[in-house]
Each structure stands twice: as structure tokens, then as C-alpha cells.
Design a protein around this ligand. Structure first.
Ligand SMILES: [Fe+2]
Length: 258
């Protein structure tokens, strides 16, 4: 059953008023465009999102890429129809303004036909994991990732972030982060080398990912590569059927419900 959207703006506003922005901003830049915010999401938003997670759980697409990743995903195409509060958070002007100040870039939501715009990742079976990778941008501009912990019932499944990889003058620093419900990380996808360690039997981990870009355009070759990755590593071949040709894809982002 479809739920009603929560008005997230007052809650997001209240949370941000309690954040020491200068400190968070300094940490983000000191850590080569990466920051972890513990218990960021307020309970009223978290609880609503958790109820929406249960509503789409039957629609998980399981994926397996030998030696690299195993897990479950629900794409933006499903979320935009069935999880209005997740969409409201993704599109929240207050939240986007905070992220834009943090990253010092004017951030935009991804185009409507990008199944990765916002998505849910489910680690529910033993061995579910993802190997080390960057969240490279296939767009003409930069891509920024926000991960929000929703369910964390695991002793072994952790986000591992290797800061400063690729920076010759810096020593690589590794962080293993339990994504407790409401915790959030923000990073520049081209800069953070990261992985998720395997889930143990009986454990469960659910993460919400929100993607923002500085330019919504994508060249045809990168479009093809992006489609292939989304189809085979995340959301299944159905994403091919729903994705429009990029040339006509972008109009000002509006709500497409139903
Ligand atoms: Fe990633």
C-alpha cells in the first residue's frame, strides 16, 4: 500500500540548525571530501522511511558480480512510485542546500531516468558485500554520494573507507564505519575508495543511497556503460526498458507519481 509523503522540511531544518556546520565543513575537506555524521536523520523521518522500506522489500532485485559484489537493490523507478518520504528527502531543498554548502558545488538531483538517483541496498544473505571501488561519475560533472544507514544488525558488514587514496602526499587512512540507523556519510564519488565487508549469517544491513550531480548531461558512450552497470550489477535488465534516450531525458525535475 502506498504511503503518504512526510513533510520532511521542518525536520531537516531543525536537524541542520543543531549541526556545527563549520566543523562538519572543515572535516569534510580535511578528509579529502568525505564526512561521517552519526545519527543524523531524526526519528520521525527514519521511522517513516523504515515503513517504506518494508513496503518495497518484495521488489528487491538480487545481483551477483563474481569476486566483486553480491546483494539486493531497489531502484529509483520503484522508489519514485512507492516511497514518497524517501523521495521527499532526496529532493528536499533544505537538504540539497546543506549538501551544496558542504561540497561547495551547486548540487542537482540526477535526471529522472537514472535508476541510481536514489536507491536502497539490501545486505540480507550471508556473504553479501561489495568490493573496493569509486563511485565514478558518468556525468559531465561531478557525482556526490550520500549513504544513510537504515538497518544495521551485523557485526561483520561495515563500510570501509580508505581516505586519501590517490593522493601521493598523504598517507592512506582506513575507517570501518557501522552505519547505525540515521547515520550518514557524504563523499565525492571520484575521491573515496570504499567497500562493504561481507555479511554474516543471520545479519541484515539496509542502506539508502542518494546521488547528486553538478551537471545532468552524460555522453552516449558513458550512458551505455552506465546502463550496463545498472542492469547487471544492481537493478536487473528491466532498467533498459525504462530508461529514455538521454537527449530528451531532462526537463526540470518534477514529481512523477503513480
Ligand atoms: Fe559505492
Amino acid at each position: 500500500m502506498k504511503t503518504l509523503a512526510l513533510d520532511v522540511e521542518p525536520s531537516v531544518q531543525r536537524v541542520l540548525e543543531g549541526v556545527d556546520f563549520d566543523q562538519v565543513h572543515s572535516r569534510y575537506w580535511e578528509q579529502n571530501e568525505f564526512v561521517f555524521l552519526e545519527r543524523y536523520l531524526p526519528p520521525e523521518i527514519l521511522n517513516q522511511i523504515l515503513s517504506e522500506v518494508e513496503a518495497v522489500r518484495p521488489k528487491i532485485n538480487r545481483n551477483y558480480v563474481p569476486t566483486h559484489k553480491k546483494g539486493g537493490s531497489v531502484s529509483y523507478y520503484t522508489l519514485r512510485r512507492e516511497t514518497p518520504s524517501i523521495l521527499a528527502l532526496y529532493e528536499s531543498p533544505t537538504f540539497k542546500k546543506f549538501l551544496s554548502r558542504l561540497t561547495e558545488r551547486d548540487l542537482l538531483c540526477c535526471p529522472e531516468d537514472d535508476p541510481h538517483s536514489c536507491a536502497l541496498y539490501f545486505y540480507t544473505e550471508p556473504g553479501d558485500h561489495i568490493g573496493f571501488h569509486y563511485d565514478h561519475s558518468y556525468y559531465k560533472g561531478n557525482r556526490y554520494t550520500v549513504l544513510i544507514g537504515l538497518v544495521e544488525r551485523s557485526q561483520s558488514c561495515r563500510l570501509v573507507a580508505r581516505l586519501y587514496k590517490g593522493q601521493p602526499s598523504w598517507e592512506i587512512r582506513e575507517m570501518r564505519i557501522p552505519m547505525e540507523p540515521g547515520s550518514m556519510v557524504v563523499f565525492n564519488g571520484d575521491k573515496l575508495w570504499h567497500a562493504v565487508t561481507p555479511l554474516e549469517a543471520g545479519g541484515e544491513r539496509v542502506i539508502l543511497t542518494l546521488q547528486y550531480v553538478t551537471d545532468q548531461r552524460m555522453g552516449p558512450v558513458k550512458q551505455l556503460f552506465s546502463n550496463m552497470k545498472d542492469a547487471f550489477a544492481y537493478f536487473g535488465p528491466a532498467v533498459f526498458l525504462r530508461r529514455k534516450p538521454r537527449a530528451s531525458a531532462r526537463s526540470p525535475r518534477g514529481r512523477k507519481r503513480g
